[in-house]
Write a protein that binds this ligand. Sequence first.
Ligand code: F6P
Length: 335
Amino acid sequence: MRIGILTGGGDCPGLNAVIRAVVRSAHLHGDEIVGFRDGWGGVLDGATVELPIERVAGILPRGGTILGTSRRSALEHRDVVRRRFEEQRLDGFIAVGGNGTLFAANELAGEFPIVGVPKTIDNDISGTDRTFGFDTAVHIAAAAIDRLHTTAESHYRNLIVEVMGRNAGWIALHAGLAGGADVILVPERPFDVADVAARVLARRGRGRGFSIIVVAEGATAKDGELVTKGRTDPLGRPLLGGIGHWLEGELEARTRAETRVVVLGHVQRGGTATAYDRVLASRMGQRAHLAVHERRFGTMAALRGPRIELVPLAEATVPNLVPDEELDLAEAFLG
Ligand code: F6P
């Protein structure tokens, strides 16, 4: 078989592990892989690269994606997609992406033989217990929080750490728990800034002269709005960011303690993947290739408990937010 592959949306650690796994599994089964550059952009522009097994040697520990990525969409251009499938004589296609890329993949799956692989540091895709990239982002954020403890303590400051995650609080919750944060603010539960200040002061009253507050970029105050950069991405979604700076002023005024914000930003997406993400991405990549080989189109490779299974691609279009019970449980460790 001849199979196409693309990586779309924001990059994340583990993408090269997926590409390598797809190519190696294809090699074992006598299939050919052709990569499309820059997500759906490569399908629209006809930008391709052949991926023989030699091409993926040494890419496992590399961050980013050797194929490049973009947030362009092919949904409005089905005729071009059809032409590309014909030109490239494709028998199947693997779309590796987050909700934007997999939404498009699911829409196109009625017409084209597509299998999905869920990637994103945000972990906000349903149908799978985890997306690869998330573990690495949490490690990076937790390590940053560890470092911020000592400088916050030395200066008796409140330190706010703004993490990514879009509309889901997974990174904030897990990095905050791993890093021993005092307060974790997530989009799923709008916060009362007076309550946050009271918790910081209570903590100081009990003898700890500093506080670590983790805030997800998509978190909002109860009477506030989503804080954005005032711009949108190519899919028309607002670029989030800035809630940490807003909170900095509010907390400094309400607690009368020096307050600083650190925005971790794209550091959370860069560099090599953790061993966990490399293994998860490799397992998903291999399963996705086998799914195409078995002509099980319209599916997505997903982690379900200890196994990698195939689930309907449509499941990827439902957002996966942090459930209430996980947030309640986390409360026990905060403050
Ligand atoms: O979806 C991954 C993600 O890193 C989000 O957490 C964040 O909101 C967004 O992408 C940032 O996008 P960009 O790379 O366009 O700045």
